[in-house]
Design a protein around this ligand. Structure first.
Ligand code: AHR
Length: 652
C-alpha cells in the first residue's frame, strides 16, 4: 500500500480556514429508476416473471410504438406441450384492471407448467420463499409447487394445495431448500388431468426486507446512508408515449389491482429502419413496488423521498406527444402532484391520506420534496417553463412547505441548460422557494469531470443545484459491467470535491443509474450490479459511500489549486465531533501533503481505496476496489499515493 521509502514524492502544504458554508444534511442520495431490471427483476424481491399474465411485447421506434400481448411470456407447459396446454384468457377475470390470466389444461397426472423467473430460481439453504396465487377450477385437484433442476430433479417442494373452488380464490404455500439452489426451475404440478385457471402468482424470499425488497440489494443501499431517493426515474416518468408514463395512482392499492405497464426501456436501442424489436421487448413494470412501497423504502433507508412528476410530456427525445398546458388534461397532471402529496402526508379525512392509512401506514410519510419534470427543456412547442410555474403555483398554494425542484434539461453542456438557468435563476433570486434546487444531468467523460471540478465555484449563490443524474462514462468498448472501472470512480471522486466545496450551491447529488442486472442492461455504467444470487458495489459505489459517510456539516475552504495540475483533489469538512479530509490522487505523482493548517491531531481512522484504473469489481471479487479501513496513523503530513483515494478522519 503506502510505502514511504519507495515514494518519489512531491510535498504540498494544505492551507485552509473554516468557512460558514453549511453542507445540507443528506446531500448525497439515490436516483432510482426501473432501468436495467433494477426494480422488477432486481430490488423488487418478486422471483417470478410476468406474474399476472399481463406482459406486453414492446415494438417500434420514435413516435411509432406499438405493443403485442405476450400474456403467457415466461410460462411454459411441463414436462412438454403434449402434457399440458396453456391459454391466456380474459373472460370472468379476477378483476377488471389486470384482466388476463392463464388457463391450464393437463392431459395426464402430474403435469403442469413452469415459469422462467429471469435466470431461474435462486433459493438460499434454509431461507424459504412464500408463494401465493389465485386459482379457479370446476374440478377439484391438488397442486404442488416444486423447484427442479434443469434436468428435472426435484430440489425443493412446497406442501400440497387442494384447489376446491370454482370461483377465484387465493392459495398460499411455502417452499424451502436444504441446500442452495441456483437457476432452479419454478414448476407447478397438477395431480390429475384438470382444467385450472391461475392468476397473480407471487414468490418472495422469506428474508426480503419489509417482505418486498431483495435483502442484499436493500442492504447495499442502506450502507450508502443516502440522504434522499429520487423516483421513479428518469425517462420512466415520461414514458416513450404518454400512455406508458408512470402514473402513481395506478401504483397504489392492492397489488393485484395495479395496472401493469410496459417499460419504456423495452424499446431502447430500436431504430426506425431495421430494428423494430430490441433485446428486452418483455421488460414490463408490475408496479408491485409502487408509490406506497417507495415511501416505505425511504423510511427503511432513513432518507427523504423525492418523487418526480410528469408535466404532461412524453420523453422529449422519443416522442412529440404532450398535453396542451391550457387544457383540462394538463390540470389532471397538476392534480396528480397535489394528490401525491396528500397520499404521503394527508390525514384520514383526506381521500388519498385515507388510502395510505388503509394500506397500513397511519403516520404521514412527511414528504418534503417534489421534482417537477424529469429532464425537460423548452422548445417552440413545449412550454416547459410555463408548466413548471403552473405546478409550482398550485403546489405552493396548497402546500407552501413543499420544496419544488426544477429541471435544467438532459445535459449541462447544452443550450437547454443555459436556457433553463435563464428562466430559473432570476425567479430563484426573487423568490428562493420558486425552486429549492434545479436538477442538472451529466453523463460525461473523465476528462470533462477533471476539467469541470470548479464548475460550481462561480455559480451565483442563489442558484441552487440538485445534481440529479451524473456518472463518468469511459471505456465504451469494454463489457457493460467493466465500464465501472476505478478510473471512472477516480474522476467522479475528483469532481465531487467540487460538489462538496460548493455545498452552499449544490444541495443534493445522486449518481445514475443505480442498479443493473448482469445481462439485462440498457444503460451502463451503473452503481450496483447483481445476478440472481449476488450483488456488488462498483468502485463508483464506494466513492458515493465515502462522500455519504465522511462528509461533515461544514466545508473547510482549501486552496489546493497548486495540486490540481498533478490531478490531486482535496476536500475537507467537519461536524461537531470529527474532521474529514478526502484526498483523491488521480494523477501520476505520489505526494506528501502538509495538513497542519487543518489539524495538528493524529488520525482516528484512515481509509484507502486504490487499484489500477482499469480494475473493476465483480461477482467473484466484489470488493476488489473498495474503501478499506487501514491501521495507518497520519499526523501533520499525509501521504497521497498516485491513483489512490484516502480519507483521513480526526476527532475534533
Ligand atoms: O439514467 C438513465 C437515463 O438518463 C434517465 O432515465 C434519464 O433521465 C437520463 O436521460
Amino acid at each position: 500500500m503506502i510505502i514511504l521509502s519507495k515514494l518519489n514524492k512531491k510535498a504540498y502544504e494544505l492551507k485552509g480556514e473554516y468557512m460558514s458554508k453549511q453542507i445540507s444534511k443528506g446531500m448525497f442520495g439515490l436516483f432510482f429508476e426501473d432501468i436495467n431490471y433494477g426494480l422488477d427483476g432486481g430490488l423488487h424481491a418478486e422471483m417470478l416473471e410476468n406474474r399476472s399474465f399481463e406482459f406486453l411485447e414492446g415494438h417500434g421506434y420514435k413516435r411509432n410504438y406499438y405493443q403485442k400481448g405476450a400474456y403467457l411470456y415466461g410460462w411454459n407447459p411441463y414436462p412438454d406441450s403434449d402434457s399440458a396446454k396453456l391459454t391466456a384468457l380474459d373472460i370472468r377475470p379476477l378483476n377488471e384492471i389486470n384482466t388476463h390470466y392463464m388457463c391450464v389444461k393437463t392431459f395426464k397426472e402430474d403435469a403442469g407448467f413452469t415459469n422462467k423467473a429471469y435466470d431461474g430460481i435462486f433459493l438460499k439453504a434454509g431461507v424459504g420463499a412464500n408463494i401465493s396465487f389465485y386459482a379457479t377450477s370446476k374440478n377439484d385437484c391438488n397442486v404442488t409447487v416444486k423447484v427442479l433442476s434443469k434436468d428435472g430433479k426435484e430440489l425443493a417442494k412446497a406442501e400440497n394445495i387442494s384447489i376446491d373452488s370454482p370461483d377465484w380464490k387465493k392459495y398460499e404455500c411455502c417452499i424451502k431448500a436444504d441446500n442452495d439452489i441456483e437457476a432452479g426451475m419454478f414448476t407447478v404440478f397438477i395431480d390429475k388431468p384438470s382444467v385450472v385457471c391461475f392468476d397473480q402468482f407471487r414468490m418472495y424470499p422469506e428474508d426480503a426486507v419489509l417482505s418486498l425488497f431483495r435483502k442484499d440489494l436493500a442492504e447495499l443501499l442502506k450502507a450508502l446512508h443516502p440522504g434522499f431517493m429520487r423516483f421513479p426515474g428518469g425517462c420512466v416518468i415520461e414514458g416513450n408515449q404518454l400512455i406508458n408514463r408512470y402514473q402513481w395512482k395506478k401504483s397504489v392499492g392492492p397489488s393485484e389491482e395495479r395496472a401493469a405497464n410496459w417499460n419504456r426501456w423495452a424499446v431502447h436501442g430500436n431504430d426506425d429502419e431495421k430494428k423494430d424489436i430490441g433485446d428486452f421487448p418483455y421488460y414490463n413494470q408490475t408496479l408491485g413496488i409502487g408509490y406506497y412501497e417507495y415511501f416505505l423504502l425511504c423510511e427503511y433507508l432513513g432518507c427523504e423521498p423525492l418523487p418526480v412528476m410528469n408535466v404532461g410530456l412524453a420523453c422529449q427525445y422519443q416522442s412529440d406527444e404532450f398535453v396542451d398546458s391550457s387544457s383540462a388534461e394538463f390540470d389532471v397532471f397538476v392534480q396528480d402532484a397535489l394528490d401525491l402529496i396528500e397520499f404521503a402526508n394527508g390525514d384520514a379525512s383526506t381521500k388519498w391520506g385515507a388510502l395510505r392509512i388503509k394500506m397500513g401506514h397511519e403516520k404521514p410519510f412527511e414528504m418534503k420534496y417534489i421534482g417537477i419534470g424529469n429532464e425537460q427543456w423548452e422548445t417552440d412547442k413545449i412550454d416547459f417553463f410555463h408548466r413548471y410555474e403552473a405546478f409550482e403555483k398550485a403546489i405552493h398554494e396548497k402546500y407552501p412547505e413543499i420544496r419544488c425542484c426544477g429541471s435544467a434539461g438532459p445535459d449541462v453542456t447544452s443550450q437547454h441548460y443555459k436556457d433553463a438557468w435563464g428562466h430559473f435563476s432570476p425567479k430563484m433570486k426573487e423568490n428562493p422557494s420558486y425552486s429549492v434546487a434545479v436538477d442538472e444531468h451529466y453523463y460525461v467523460s473523465d476528462k470533462w469531470m477533471y476539467e469541470n471540478v470548479h464548475m460550481y465555484d462561480n455559480y451565483e449563490k442563489h442558484r441552487k443545484v440538485f445534481a440529479g443524474e451524473y456518472a463518468c462514462h469511459i471505456n465504451p468498448d469494454r463489457k457493460p459491467q467493466e465500464r465501472n472501472s476505478f478510473g471512472a470512480a477516480l474522476a467522479e471522486a475528483a469532481f465531487m470535491t467540487g460538489l462538496e466545496r460548493n455545498a452552499d450551491v449544490v444541495l443534493m447529488a445522486s449518481y445514475a443509474p443505480l442498479f443493473a442486472r448482469l445481462g439485462y442492461t440498457q444503460w451502463q455504467p451503473d452503481l450496483i450490479w447483481f445476478d440472481a444470487k449476488s450483488a456488488y458495489g462498483t468502485p463508483s459505489y464506494y466513492v458515493q459511500k465515502m462522500y455519504s459517510l465522511f462528509t461533515g456539516t461544514e466545508v473547510l475552504d482549501c486552496d489546493f489549486s497548486g495540486l490540481e495540475k498533478d490531478r490531486i483533489y482535496i476536500t475537507a469538512s467537519k461536524n461537531d465531533d470529527k474532521t474529514f479530509i478526502k484526498i483523491i490522487n488521480a494523477g501520476e505523482t505520489d505526494a506528501d501533503i502538509d495538513i497542519t493548517s487543518i489539524t495538528d491531531k493524529e488520525t482516528e481512522a484512515v481509509y484507502v481505496m486504490e487499484g489500477d484504473v482499469d480494475d473493476c469489481n465483480s461477482i467473484a471479487e466484489p470488493e476488489k476496489v473498495s474503501l478499506k479501513k487501514t491501521d495507518f496513523k497520519v499526523k501533520a503530513s499525509a501521504l497521497s499515493k498516485k491513483k489512490t483515494i484516502i480519507v483521513l478522519v480526526f476527532n475534533n
